[in-house]
Design a protein around this ligand. Structure first.
Ligand code: BEZ
Length: 325
């Protein structure tokens, strides 16, 4: 047999292999560092996928925004350069305004209810909008807890927040919340925050307990207002291009594995939130003002809802959902 025939036969055989037999190492990007719960669950997802696919599927994770910020990762998934990402719901609000409802200020006042919102039919409906708006498929939600305010200077009243430059996660609904109480929002990706604080480029930040602990922001912003002012969600995304190349069976396998680790992530945040606050109470130099409610910010909830309720019906729908909890 000559070489041409061998190559032709081998190529034909490769095409004849059923899709289910192909091996894939999925590239998954995320903005958080290896110590974060998301990254731990992505590592566990890799194990689950390898086990359930008999070694055909695995995950190669790119943490800490190695591939760029979340907007860049979303573009990479659209072109197919990146297969998967765990991205904040905040980033997705640029493309899917309905996702802004998940960032409604004081939508929930505790992390258990945040978990119930993320597991609701209403929240799942918002995921259905992703393929058309982003070229990605949203498999499930998880979270990184509730958000708090941290500042360099002590804050006794809402007027003390006036004019302060606050780092926020880039997202229009979050930006408007900060503008509404008179602050100057400074959108910035997670990996850039510590240096910006150390160099006094910002006066404060909007952050969750997990990252406050991981990055020790209290070293430069020791005043923590425990506001729980919005929940901070995550969506496990797959590039629509990568998804289209998979068989129905493999999609189900991946969706179930992803759901398992989204659920574990949510459960871990719910279980660990109080312990994280306890740990922060022991952090050197920190000053915590506990139980700061929506009343601290005056009528901000009404003003925010009036503006964002015009853009998405999910503001009213999620408020109604939570009222029924
Ligand atoms: C942030 O941008 O603040 C953020 C992003 C992902 C996880 C935690 C925080």
């Amino acid at each position: 047999m000559n070489w041409t025939i061998i190559v032709t036969l081998a190529t034909g055989l490769a095409f004849a292999l059923p899709a289910a037999a192909q091996e894939r190492a999925f590239r998954l990007g995320l903005i958080t560092p290896p110590v974060h719960v998301w990254n731990q669950e992505v590592a566990a997802l890799d194990e689950t996928l390898q086990e359930r696919s008999d070694g055909r599927f695995s995950i190669t994770a790119y943490p800490s925004g190695q591939l760029g910020n979340e907007a860049t990762m979303l573009q990479q998934m659209q072109t197919g350069a990146l297969d998967m990402a765990w991205l904040t719901t905040a980033e997705l609000t640029f493309r899917v305004p309905d996702m802004a409802a998940l960032h409604a200020p004081f939508l929930v006042d505790n992390i258990e209810d945040a978990a119930r919102v993320l597991r609701s039919d209403e929240a799942r409906e918002i995921l259905d909008l992703l393929p058309r708006a982003t070229g990605t498929v949203g498999l499930c939600y998880a979270m990184t807890g509730m958000r708090q305010l941290m500042t360099r200077q002590p804050i006794a009243a809402a007027t003390d927040l006036n004019g302060l430059r606050f780092r926020i996660t880039p997202a229009p609904p979050i930006s408007r919340f900060f503008e509404m109480f008179g602050a100057a929002p400074a959108p910035m990706a997670l990996p850039a925050i510590y240096d910006a604080l150390a160099n006094a480029q910002i006066d404060g930040l909007d952050m969750d307990f997990e990252s406050i602990i991981n990055f020790r922001y209290y070293e430069h912003a020791p005043h923590l207002l425990e506001t729980n002012h919005h929940m901070f969600g995550m969506v496990a995304l797959v590039s629509a291009r990568a998804w289209a190349q998979l068989s129905a069976e493999d999609r189900a396998l991946i969706a179930e594995a992803m759901q398992l680790h989204c659920d574990r992530t949510i459960d871990r945040f719910v279980a660990e939130e109080d312990d994280k606050l306890d740990r922060l109470r022991e952090a050197p130099g920190i000053r915590i003002t506990e139980d700061v409610g929506p009343e601290f910010f005056g009528d901000i909830v009404e003003r925010w809802d009036a503006e964002w309720g015009e853009r998405t019906p999910y503001v009213a729908r999620l408020r109604a959902l939570v009222a029924g909890f």
